[in-house]
Design a protein around this ligand. Sequence first.
Ligand code: HEC
Ligand code: HEC
Length: 320
Amino acid sequence: MFKRNLLGICLPALAIGVFGALAMHAQAPEGKDVSWAFPVADKVQPDVDMKKLHQVPGSTLSLTVPQIDDLLNPPDWFPSEHPAPPKIVMHGNAPNGLACGSCHLMNGEGHPESAALVGLPANYIIRQMEYFKSGARKDPARMNGIAKQVTDEEVRQAAEYFASLKPTLWTKVVEADTVPKSRVTRGRMRLPAVDGGTEPLGKRIIPLPNDAERIELRDPHTGFTAYAPKGSIKKGETLAKTGGKGKTIQCTICHGTDLHGIGDVPGIAGMHPTYVTRMLYAFKNGNANGGLDQLMKKVVEKLDDDDILNVAAYVASAPR
Ligand code: HEC
Ligand code: HEC
């Protein structure tokens, strides 16, 4: 287990650009304890060996942690498994237009603290970049700065790249009463605690990597197990498919019967459950407020914290 050093490794200019804002809290709704969906880095982090070379199974590459965490030149462990990436995905547009393939991975699956772009409609991705750029959608620590720096042409190329990729089974949702104890890395990813142990899950969804070391290496061949409260998937399914007697609107109407999307409306099946949760709060509190986001307002209006958790557990467990 090693600590990530996002600040020390890239161009000095980055430290005052996007990274200057990295310490900012994610957009957690005020007055609620849904911190499980809005991870904040632990103050104390384990030490990391910056010189050690790392490999992932099946790849010929050997890379150090600073190379793996270089947000302007992320690792492409398996270049033959995806189309040739455009420059913006592999190398970004310095200083603030960071390479999309670093946080979202070259396979577009991303980690729970970011988002999956894999297989989203290209027009949807382009629209979100417009919302981030105008500030209609808020992610001040990362996407707002990135969207301001990149060109329309780069956005189009990135959108077409991620839209062309095929989703995999990336997050498996299991219902449980207890969960391994965890810690949050500097990059805000949740990993099993160094000293192990378990704790009650309570009303939370906790995604943990199936192989923490490989996930930290940004290996695209290993995903996550998300622990969700017992009964949450079924309750979420009822809300999603029936609308819960007027509590919400059936998700299937707009996102498709299998939640795989219709036209420009994105598929949501199999998305990171913490990301789905963050988005449902973002629609509620105005942090996602673009033109088409208005369609989600009525959907979330009457959902309480339990409903949101249940819907997120169901959506994340739906086959892609
Ligand atoms: C430093 C990490 C980082 C980099 C680099 C990055 N992103 Fe993101 N991206 C995020 C995070 C975090 C989110 C989730 C924001 C939120 O929760 O609202 C996100 C969300 C998104 C979304 C919204 C996804 C959805 O389903 O609505 C899009 C689109 C996106 N990013 C595109 C890009 C593109 C294009 C690039 C490259 C130009 C890029 N990102 C580079 C961290 C990053
Ligand atoms: C009336 C149509 C409509 C209904 C019903 C609806 N959605 Fe949506 N939803 C949308 C649209 C349109 C977007 C994309 C908005 C945009 O392009 O910015 C969206 C976006 C989302 C997103 C963000 C996707 C991403 O990639 O960031 C999530 C999560 C979501 N919806 C979940 C749900 C859930 C869960 C339900 C059911 C409880 C639901 N939606 C019902 C229209 C709808």
